[in-house]
Design a protein around this ligand. Structure first.
Ligand SMILES: O=C(CO)[C@@H](O)[C@H](O)[C@H](O)[C@H](O)COP(=O)(O)O
Ligand SMILES: O=C[C@H](O)COP(=O)(O)O
Length: 939
């Protein structure tokens, strides 16, 4: 008996296989089907590739060889592997294609399922795939959505073979048939050949019955009439579509094209495997046999038909009966159009799900392949948080967060201007800073014998460079980098005393170009350089980094600065480290910016738009942080090994300033010693950052104890300090994502502005009146004067006031010590001592900061975040104050105005605060006294 599959060919129907895999091709199975069954085509789709690549190891060697050549995102890895398969299948089918002169012998590859509703992107992708596969017998698969139809018309016009997929109803079919014809006409109009073009319209069959049968089964009491329709509608619908096809190819319009050699767009029956075991396994082949059609069968259906199929021409029989079936669906209120619409949506969703799984699997293999080239992160989460995280990751997958983040889709956050702030993504790919120009500057200054660079800048303009200097140090031949982000006269003097101005370069770094601190510091050091080297030398010692059009740019240009590097106005300050704001300092430190980006890329690619959330290191971390906040764990406690410890200050700004607003957000906790579980409340997440070689058994066992006690613990590990750039990027993505989970705009800093405005008003007032308005103190005691909010009024000793203030700390609150003093080791030690005693006795998180530095960082969350902060502000009479050239202000006055402005905003926001002012100049003694009072208050 002859092979029923071969009989299909005799009936004019092409037999295609709805399957492909590497192993299948390698074993010669496709060739066998061509020879034995007369097979003339192959279709693939995301589900098919998911089955092939998503499991097992058949693709591993090829994947590794590809990644050896160049690292890539999951989608590029997938595409490379898929294209190899498609090319191989196309080559196997090439003799068929040649023999049939382009009428058959095609292999289909689908465009990304994420683009089904985007004409432009579909067009670009189809063109790209067409070129990449580079085989005449390729068909690019494009969904038959209204958006797809526009792309189809254009692709056909350009001479690209198209397989229109996801068709479920005759209206959609007619629309794409029109697109095909219009595309051919346009091509013909341009005088181009239309005889080597082919197209199929893939009509999905079994899924229609799948939905309708279910609807029918749900209609109780109507079984008798409705039951008749079970398993009939899909075939009836397809038969009527075939009638449409025949009318079309008889039309005069088509005849014109036919005369020029055009091939009709054949109807292809897809989804032809029987899903209901009650139906014959060859149902959707047997009933749909007719000339000029294709049936693409899954292997099982093909085997079944070969075994016991009946090749009779059924497609044009019983058309009236088919019409009656379709009419009956309408009569019984079974909405065929609605079902088709739903199936298009579900179908697109199904392919997206498959693509997600496929990209997840391929992406995971890439991560395994990278090993230590990518910083590791492990999570120990309590069960309830873990469940919330996994659920959110799945939601993020379904909602395409990875892609939307890279597109800057504002609806991921609050739908305001977030799309204007995603320049940091391009910067992370090395697209903002020019390594050659930066190296030229570094080489030139070194040649001139300069050995130190002082960066004058705040927050986002200073913290990243500080991390780079502390983590990577000065490379051979590089300059030493010092950051000055204070208005404290003692701190300025301490730095100045270390400088040899003959060998110092100043980097004035300000995105806005109008920030007060760098503005007055540069005036100060202009004068200092002028005094030492003479007026003519000043410009050569100053370099500016600022956004285009800023006030700083204008004056640096007017003054003839040695160089001006422009930032990207679409990057906010705290996201700017991988732009010129971090890269100019990196180059001056003597490091290669190009190499830095190279070793950072594995993380950028791992967090890329095609990396599904579950394997996307930035998204996973962000979801953990965001869900933790939702569960009341909003204190992200950073525990870093010495080599990467300075990342903490940068992370503080990123997390606090991005998320701490509208009464919500993350409170980062840096530089708190790691304690036993008993000293912590249930409001913590611990993040451990360890540089290889700095492992510490004691730390590990403490973290283990915390994890065992039910605290979330995140372990991040860097194999080398050079990989610090990966953490910048991971955390930037994570912060964005945490912002999306929390529901805030992670790019603005409304409350930082508030204290800047207050400070400006105070300094303007001082320049006008020669004095800063004073406040009414709570009490004075020796060298200390105390000020406090209304609830502290009436306390009559420093000890009682501090005790009363700290007594307000409740579980979930945090204590902040904010010191407007020189940031030096002694003062840091004092702040730590206060924090330790309060943390251990009150079991609350503690944070510390030096003003005005923290104003540009965590200050946002203290004012705009949750009202859970209890603040101790420490100020002191300025000693050896410094005048600001050109202003009737001193640095000491500015610092005092900043402290006052800060406190006023805290007061306005109803925060609990106490200010302790040290009079008389012995700051260390005053500070020691405060430490003792605090210790006594919590004893
Ligand atoms: O669209 C084509 C061929 O053009 C097919 O590859 C099509 O995607 C498949 O037949 C269907 O996705 C299979 O659907 P189902 O059998 O899972 O319902
Ligand atoms: O984090 C940003 C600081 O407020 C400094 O801003 P800037 O770079 O515009 O001077």
């Amino acid at each position: 008996m002859s092979n029923p599959l071969k009989q299909l060919t005799e009936q004019g129907q092409a037999v295609w296989l709805d399957f492909v895999s590497r192993e299948f091709l390698a074993k010669g199975e496709l060739q066998k089907l061509i020879e034995r069954d007369g097979l003339t085509g192959v279709t693939s789709n995301p589900s098919i590739f998911e089955k092939a690549m998503g499991h097992g190891s058949d693709y591993d060697a090829s994947l590794e060889a590809f990644l050896e050549r160049a690292d890539a995102e999951p989608v590029d890895v997938y595409e490379h592997l898929a294209i190899e398969d498609i090319q191989q299948a196309a080559d196997i089918l090439r003799p068929v294609y040649d023999r049939l002169e382009g009428r058959d012998g095609y292999v289909s590859l689908e465009v990304s399922p994420y683009l089904a509703l985007d004409t432009r992107a579909t067009l670009d992708e189809a063109r790209r795939l067409w070129q990449a596969v580079n085989r005449p017998n390729l068909m690019v698969k494009v969904p038959g959505t209204p958006e797809g139809a526009v792309a189809i018309r254009k692709l056909v016009e350009e001479g690209i073979n198209v397989n229109v997929t996801l068709l479920f109803d005759r209206n959609a079919y007619m629309a794409v048939a029109e697109a095909y014809i219009a595309g051919l006409e346009a091509r013909l109009h341009q005088g181009k050949d239309i005889s080597r073009l082919a197209s199929v319209a893939s009509f999905f069959i079994s899924r229609v019955d799948g939905v309708l049968d279910k609807l029918i089964d749900e209609r109780k009491g109507e079984e008798a009439e409705l039951g008749e329709l079970r398993g009939k509608v899909a075939i009836a619908n397809a038969k009527l579509a075939y009638q449409d096809y025949q009318r079309l190819i008889q039309s005069p319009r088509w005849k014109v094209l036919e005369a020029k050699g055009a091939h009709p767009q054949r109807l292809l029956w897809a989804s032809t495997g029987s899903k209901d075991p009650a139906y014959p396994d060859t149902l959707y082949v047997d009933q749909l046999i007719g000339p000029d059609t294709v049936n693409t069968m899954p292997p099982k259906t093909m085997d079944a038909f070969r075994d016991h199929g009946t090749a009779a021409p059924m497609l044009s029989t019983d058309i009236e009966a088919a019409q009656r079936v379709v009419d009956a669906t309408a009569r019984f209120g079974l909405d065929l159009d609605g079902v088709a619409k739903r199936l298009v949506k579900d179908g697109a969703r199904q392919f997206e799900d498959a693509a997600d799984a496929l990209l997840g699997a391929v992406g995971q293999k890439r991560l395994d392949f990278l090993g230590e080239r990518l910083n590791a992160a492990d999570y120990r989460l309590p069960q309830d948080l873990n469940e919330a995280v996994e659920a959110r990751l799945d939601e993020a997958r379904r909602e395409g967060w990875s892609r939307r983040l890279w597109q800057g889709d504002a609806s991921l956050w609050t739908g305001r201007d977030e799309d204007q702030w995603v320049g940091w993504l391009a910067a992370a790919q090395g697209r903002q800073a020019d390594p050659v120009a930066l190296k030229a500057l570094a080489d030139a200054v070194r040649k001139e014998g300069l050995d130190t660079v002082v960066l004058l800048g705040m927050g986002g303009s200073s913290l990243g460079p500080e991390v780079l200097a502390n983590t990577l140090g000065t490379a051979t031949g590089g300059l030493t980098l010092k950051v000055l982000d204070s208005t404290d006269p003692a701190q300025i003097t301490a730095l100045e005393e270390q400088l040899d101005l003959r060998k110092t370069l100043f980097l004035v770094s300000s995105k806005s170009g109008s920030t007060l601190e760098p503005e007055i510091l540069r005036a100060y050091f202009h004068q200092a350089v002028e005094r030492t080297l003479g007026a003519g030398e000043v410009q050569q010692r100053f370099v500016a980094i600022t956004d285009p059009g800023s006030k700083l740019e204008a004056s640096a240009t007017a003054e003839g600065y040695r160089a001006i590097f422009q930032g990207d106005p679409h990057i906010g300050g705290r996201y700017s480290v991988l732009s010129v704001f971090g890269m100019v300092p990196l180059a001056l430190l003597g490091h290669s910016v190009a190499d830095f980006f190279q070793v950072t890329q594995p993380m950028v690619l791992a967090c890329g738009p095609s990396a599904p959330p579950a394997i996307n290191p930035g998204i996973r971390l962000g979801v953990v942080l965001g869900e933790a906040v939702r569960a009341g764990r909003d204190k992200v406690t950073l525990i870093a090994s010495p080599g990467v410890a300075s990342l903490g200050a940068w992370l503080e700004q990123l997390l606090a300033e991005s998320t701490g607003k509208q009464g919500k957000g993350i409170i980062p906790v840096d530089l708190e010693p790691l304690g036993e579980p008993g000293v912590y409340g249930r409001d913590r997440v611990f993040v451990s950052l360890v540089l290889a070689g700095e492992e510490d058994a004691e730390r590990d066992s403490r973290l283990q104890a915390l994890a065992a006690a039910g605290h979330p613990v995140v372990d991040i590990r860097l194999a080398r300090a050079e990989l610090i750039g990966q953490e910048f990027f991971r955390w930037e993505v994570a912060t964005e994502v945490a912002g999306a989970v929390i529901g805030i705009n992670p790019f603005d800093q409304p409350d930082v502005e508030a204290s800047k405005i207050k400070t400006r008003a105070l300094t303007d007032g001082y320049e006008r009146d020669g004095r800063l308005a004073g406040d009414e103190p709570l009490l004075e005691e020796g060298a200390l004067t105390l000020f406090g909010d209304a609830d502290l009024q009436g306390q009559d000793t420093a000890r009682a006031a501090i005790k009363a203030h700290l007594a307000r700390l409740q579980p979930g609150d945090y204590l902040a010590v904010l010191a407007y003093l020189e940031r030096n080791a002694v003062h840091e030690e004092a702040l730590s001592a206060m924090r330790d005693s309060i943390r251990d006795s009150k079991r609350v998180a503690t944070v510390g900061g030096f003003g005005p530095r923290f104003l540009h960082s965590t200050g946002q969350a203290y004012k705009g975040g949750p009202n859970s902060g209890v603040f101790i502000q420490i100020t002191a009479d300025a000693q050896n104050d410094l005048e600001i050239p050109g202003r009737s202000l001193s640095f000491g006055i500015v610092e005092a105005a900043q402290a006052k402005g800060d406190l006023e905003v805290l007061a306005e926001r109803g925060r609990r605060y106490l200010r302790v002012h040290i009079k008389g100049g012995d700051i260390d003694a005053g500070l020691q006294q405060i430490v003792e009072l605090v210790e006594a208050a919590v004893a």
